[in-house]
Write a protein that binds this ligand. Structure first.
Ligand code: AMP
Ligand code: MG
Length: 426
């Protein structure tokens, strides 16, 4: 018996014709594994990629005690316990230009945000709370009520030298790239980029640049899939449109298998079409054809192509454009993140009231397209019009998916629903 079939047979209550969304996600995540192969790259090239090593801070950040505000650095012990205190201004500390003079009791130093705090001074009084007096502004009056250590940033309070600043497996976003720069790190060791070969199947599909004949549609799936993959930091190998013809399909699958870590196709897995693809795929590899209890996206193929050497995973997504995006986010995205070496965290989910009633059949998970709205700080959601799985404008108008659980029935206006935000913030 082959390995994938063995793996499926070990899964309790595995029924390819009635998988829940959760079960399908678990099966996929249980099978895919991180790719091997690393490369050292300039940090700016690291966006959306995954660290392959812990980064130990080589220095403290900040490197020295400094001021969090513009104001005056003073010695707390010089301040009167009640009433105002008048101190002599003996100089200024700028960010990047320290105060080098000596200090006597009763001295204060004018200080800017980020400037090193002169040794012996332990309290920063913000400028707005002070009054400068004396001939040519040589004295500062400090009001009572100051605390020792206030407005002080301590050396190492952000990152401490010798401690891990970032762990292997961390997906790099702008915050992490900036953090690496704050450590002076120029290059980092990353998991190599994942190579995804993609193609669309269907006799009716036309590539951009060609006129549409009656009965034809432009191939939009390759564009959504390519750009979803690019957002994940993958390298995309675009193999075009493939007609529903076994010989061409076989050639394309073999070519894709020789150059990729994962193959993502759309179309050709629905009941009406699956038969010849099914027999082709069982010759070229091991692929299961699933019926998932979900809407949109019920049919999906998952498995491996190629039995020797390079044998990439295959995701055969349904053809309908909305089903493509929904199945990509629910099944492909977490699997690819795991292959890229990251922790495949689920998309953030929130519970909000739904402003309109929704039709929903129990016994499947539905992913309706929604628009999260805010009214005076209170969030709610409403569906984005017609919800057919071919209506891509329902995705374009949406900023979230309304996830209606497997057992749930119709939703009345005002009921709480779960939504998955589709926007990435950081
Ligand atoms: P299929 O899953 O191949 O039966 O296709 C289901 C529906 O999706 C049909 O209406 C197809 O025309 C449409 N479709 C399939 N592939 C694409 C594509 N690449 N771009 C746009 N629509 C597609
Ligand atoms: Mg088709």
């Amino acid at each position: 018996m082959s390995t994938l079939a063995q793996a499926f047979s070990c899964i309790s209550d595995y029924d390819p014709n009635a998988l829940t969304v959760c079960r399908a996600q678990e099966i996929i995540l249980g099978l895919v594994a991180p790719l091997s192969g690393h490369e050292r790259v300039f940090i700016k090239r690291g966006l959306n990629r995954v660290l392959a090593e812990d980064v130990i801070a080589p220095l403290n950040v900040p490197a020295h005690d400094n001021s969090a505000m513009d104001g005056f650095a003073v010695r707390h012990a010089d301040l009167a316990p009640s009433g105002e205190t008048r101190l002599n201004i003996v100089g200024t500390a700028f960010a990047g230009r320290a105060f080098e003079g000596s200090l006597k009791p009763g001295d204060a130093v004018r200080i800017m945000t980020g400037a090193r705090v002169p040794a012996g001074l332990d309290c920063i009084v913000i400028q707005e709370d002070t009054r400068v007096e004396g001939p040519a502004g040589t004295a500062v009056v400090i009001p009572p009520g100051q605390r020792a250590g206030q407005n002080f940033r301590h050396a190492g309070e952000d990152l401490r030298a010798g401690q891990p600043a970032l762990r292997a497996g961390k997906l790099l976003r702008p915050a992490e790239i900036g953090l690496l720069a704050s450590l002076g790190q120029v290059e980092i060791l990353l998991h190599r980029r994942l190579r995804a070969a993609i193609f669309s199947t269907g006799d009716e599909l036309v590539s951009l640049g060609n006129p549409l004949q009656p009965g034809q549609v432009y191939d939009s799936n390759r564009y959504t899939i390519t750009t979803m993959l690019e957002r994940l930091g993958c390298e995309v190998i675009d193999m075009g449109v493939v007609k529903d013809d076994p010989a061409t399909l076989e050639k394309t699958l073999q070519a894709a298998a020789s150059c990729s870590d994962v193959i993502i196709t759309s179309g050709g897995v629905s009941v009406g079409e699956a038969d010849f693809i099914r027999s082709l795929m069982s010759r070229l590899g091991e692929v299961a054809f699933w019926k998932i209890a979900m809407k949109p996206g019920r049919p999906m193929a998952f498995g491996k192509i190629g039995n020797t050497g390079n044998s990439p995973w295959l995701f055969g997504l349904p053809g309908n454009p909305v089903a493509v995006m929904v199945t990509f986010y629910q099944f492909v995205r977490p699997a690819l993140l795991k292959m890229m070496g990251a922790q495949p965290a689920a998309l953030p989910t929130f519970r909000v009231p739904c402003l309109k009633p929704l039709k929903k059949a129990p016994g499947r998970t539905e992913f309706q397209r929604g628009l999260l709205l805010q009214d005076q700080g209170i969030w709610s959601v409403q569906p984005t019009g017609a919800q057919g799985s071919g209506i891509l404008s329902s995705m374009a108008d949406a900023n979230c998916l309304i996830v209606l659980e497997h057992e749930r029935g119709n939703v009345a206006a005002g009921e709480i629903v779960c939504v998955q935000a589709m926007e990435g913030l950081v």
